[in-house]
Write a new protein. Structure first.
Length: 155
């Protein structure tokens, strides 16, 4: 079983000048239940299907399985997803031995920018760059699956 351990932060400041790459991501949800989310993504020219389990007590750990699927199938699955879509650009920003994935959202989530960093363990210490703002790990309204239902523009 795969396991995702990550922390999330709001972003305030310049991160783009430190990015080593970026990719456009469009994603939708086949299931957005808190017990399981099933996500379909097109990242650049590649398609993915991801299944995530319930988030643990700290809001940091959850089971995750991700599979690459043909892009044409991902595009077809996006058509049958629940209403709403996440559209964002992900910037990959290395800092002090880790890579922050910074998502700049578009559409109804325009103005929201969130950085995620994946960890090897929940106790792993991470130095934070100056452009990192408030930590939002475990705050459900910042989950992508929740941003589809309750976009940032409606807060």
């Amino acid at each position: 079983m795969a396991c995702e351990i990550e922390r999330k932060f709001l972003v305030s400041g310049d991160y783009k000048s430190f990015a080593i790459a970026s990719k456009r991501i469009v994603q939708g949800y086949l299931s957005d239940s808190p017990e399981r989310t099933v996500r379909v993504r097109v990242i650049g020219e590649r398609g993915f299907l991801t299944i995530k389990g319930i988030t643990g007590d700290l809001g940091i750990i959850r089971d995750e399985w991700e599979y690459e699927i043909p892009t044409v199938e991902a595009e077809e699955l996006l058509k049958i997803c629940l209403p709403g879509v996440i559209d964002k650009t992900r910037y990959y920003v290395p800092f002090e031995g880790v890579t922050f994935e910074v998502d700049e959202f578009y559409g109804q989530n325009e103005g929201l920018t969130i950085a995620e960093v994946e960890l090897n363990s929940p106790e792993q210490m991470v130095l934070l760059p100056q452009w990192i703002g408030r930590e939002v790990t475990g705050i459900e309204k910042y989950y992508n699956s929740m941003l589809v239902k309750n976009p940032y523009s409606k807060w």
